[in-house]
Design a binder for this molecule. Structure first.
Ligand code: ASP
Length: 449
């Protein structure tokens, strides 16, 4: 599976480079909260000098960091979605095995996102904020008129057919340049079509195109890596601005959000996966989890599905006894295309930000978030922080200023570690279930053909 491997290797190299820097981001967060609270307590929240420092120094610094990430969204999203779809060429080669893995990926990701949406609607972690504070948040993290336009836009009702028609772009370049007018989704649809077209090309013509997009993906990841060098300062500046202007209420909401993400991730990990293991693979969940302990620790430590791939491959074959063709196919494909934890996290984050901004998202917009989060699970690179460009794109599509992601990025470290565990264990769950459904001789024969 050279294509899948290349794709995973690009990401895992990047993961190793950037992983060591993440503790500095944690310090940026802690220092931003501490200095923000001290400044607010000593100078008072309405102090003119503090207001000047926030708007002239800290906000621009934070914006610079965010723009370094936003500018990479289009090439990163386009190349990784195309390669994700093109890798499905392997699905065709592996026949039934591929279809079953793909179906399980879609079902498990859908359950993950639906759990996420239900939990945010139930707990409402971003709703305890007063309208004045929402306005302040909008002024800090997105242009206020953007937020007002978003509220208007979210009230627009369209017919189902018209909504589907608008998913298909007239001009993909125009869509990509209008993320705030909902252009990101049509652009992603174009990337999916492009990937399907690439799948249908004769192999010798498809190869240089794939190599080109692998290059674009590599360059995009390098740019994100460069931006992340600036992250400790960017996160410090953004969190300082939040704490100094909004005080502890916003931090409480952030704490509730982080706790909710962890609870729903645990529910999916130990609830949904256990059900699948018991019902489909007919094995005890305790047996499964005790055999994947090492993989869970590696995923937690590296925050990268791609960097965890070698450990997962070993555990799949040696501890869970998954036949090699199934094991290497499902796990390699899953490291890039099956990101259950990420899809769940994206769902919670987008709805939380909408609540924080006071932007009401109706059922159609929430369903758009479900669809986009599932698709974004395929398009997210399996590297630390891989989901942020996708979250920015989803936010823009449903009318939340993409700059809002800065609010959550400060607490992302532990959430990233945890969702990566769910991502990787999801791949092993699918591999275990598929190997139980597929008698060994037939998969081996199919894989060989
Ligand atoms: N860190 C995740 C992974 O590698 C991707 C993400 O959600 O940021 O699986």
């Amino acid at each position: 599976m050279p294509g899948l491997m290349n794709h995973a290797i690009i990401g895992s190299k990047w993961a190793m480079k950037s992983n060591s820097r993440f503790h500095l981001i944690g310090w940026g967060l802690v220092a931003g909260i501490a200095f923000g609270m001290i400044a607010r307590a000593t100078l008072g929240s309405e102090n003119a000098t503090l207001g000047w420092a926030v708007s002239e120094i800290f906000k621009p610094l934070g914006q610079l960091f965010l723009r370094l990430i936003f500018m990479v969204v289009v090439p990163l999203l386009f190349s990784s979605l195309i390669l994700g779809i093109a890798d499905l060429g392997e699905v065709r080669v592996l026949g039934r095995l591929g279809i079953k893995s793909l179906l399980m990926t879609v079902v498990l990701s859908s359950v993950a996102v639906i759990l996420a949406i239900a939990a945010v609607n139930l707990v409402q972690p971003g709703s305890g904020i007063s309208p004045e504070q929402s306005a302040k948040i909008a002024a800090t993290f997105g242009k206020p008129d953007d937020a007002a336009a978003s509220v208007e836009k979210s009230k627009e009702a369209k017919g189902v057919l018209q909504t589907i028609v608008e998913f298909v772009p007239e001009n993909p370049l125009e869509s990509a340049s209008q993320p705030k007018l909902g252009g990101m989704l049509p652009f992603m649809v174009f990337a999916v079509f492009f990937g399907v077209g690439l799948l249908k090309l004769e192999p010798e013509k498809a190869l240089p195109v794939k190599q080109f997009f692998e290059g674009i993906l590599g360059v995009s990841l390098n740019l994100i890596d460069m931006a992340m060098k600036f992250a400790p300062i960017g996160v410090f500046a953004l969190i300082f601005a939040t704490t100094a202007t909004l005080g502890v209420d916003a931090l409480m909401a952030l704490g509730k959000y982080a706790a909710l993400v962890l609870v729903v991730l645990a529910l999916h990990l130990f609830g949904t996966y256990s059900l699948a293991i018991a019902a489909i693979a007919k094995r005890l969940p305790a047996w499964f989890f005790s055999n994947v302990r090492g993989v869970m620790l590696t995923a937690f430590a590296t925050s990268s599905s791609n960097a965890t791939l070698p450990t997962a491959l070993k555990a799949g074959e040696e501890n869970l006894g998954i036949p090699r063709p199934v094991n290497s196919f499902v796990l390699t494909l899953g490291a890039t295309a099956n990101q259950n934890g990420t899809a769940l996290f994206e769902g919670v984050t987008v709805l939380f930000l909408a609540q924080l901004f006071g932007i009401p998202l109706g059922i159609p917009q929430q369903l758009t978030v479900v669809g986009l989060a599932i698709l974004a699970g395929v398009g997210t690179a399996g590297v630390p922080g891989g989901s942020w460009p996708m979250i920015a794109a989803i936010c823009a599509t449903v009318g939340i200023p993409p700059g809002a992601i800065a609010i959550c990025m400060g607490v992302d470290r532990v959430l990233d570690m945890s969702r990566t565990v769910v991502n990787v264990v999801g791949d092993l769950t699918i591999a275990t279930c598929v190997s139980a459904m597929e008698p060994m001789e037939s998969t081996a024969a199919e894989a060989a053909s």
